[in-house]
Design a protein around this ligand. Sequence first.
Ligand code: MTE
Ligand code: MO
Length: 195
Amino acid sequence: MPQANKELPPGQVPIKQLLRWGKNHRTIGGPVPKIDLNTWALTVDGEVENPLKLSWNDLQNLPMTESISDFHCVEGWSVLNCRWEGVPFKKLAELAKLKKTAKFVTFECADGYTTSLSLEELSGNDIILATKLDGKILEEGLGAPLRLIVPNKYGYKSAMWITRIKFTEKKEMGYWETRGYSDTADIWKNDRFAW
Ligand SMILES: Nc1nc2c(c(=O)[nH]1)N[C@H]1C(S)=C(S)[C@@H](COP(=O)(O)O)O[C@H]1N2
Ligand SMILES: [Mo]
């Protein structure tokens, strides 16, 4: 099992627990999205041979993995040793059968948020689409039912409330990345801003 890195990246201060989006933390789209698991579906499409539309039940039948990592927000707080469980990103890509033209991935969320990463940035075994944190099913305020976890990037790459995973040939810039935040978002290089 991958172990969390014990050294904090530059400029980060540890706090006890992750933010719960809700009353005090509004999403970019306003209130936390209300998601009904009976009608929720994850779309996987774009540059793929086999587009997918997965219900919550479909998702439960996919192989799950566990990954322990530290979570770092660009605003300077970190939460150590988060134990995420979910579907490895690689597994979903494998199921969707990528075309040769697939180079980047855009994540679309129920609150209107977007972020994007290259396939290479998503190649690690610690990149997962999480449904659980620390043994408990994700709370609404933490991105339920499905969120991305990218441990070596600032938190704005870890999209919550994901509804669509779109493989693209060209990079589509995400919400914060078009508003001054770094697109590389490397926590070890202190890549916080686009300038
Ligand atoms: N859909 C969506 N995902 C999002 C955001 C958002 O506003 N909407 N904020 C990002 C930011 S800036 C951070 S720091 C993390 C916060 O996740 P947490 O609730 O686990 O602390 O979610 C990221 N993912
Ligand atoms: Mo953040």
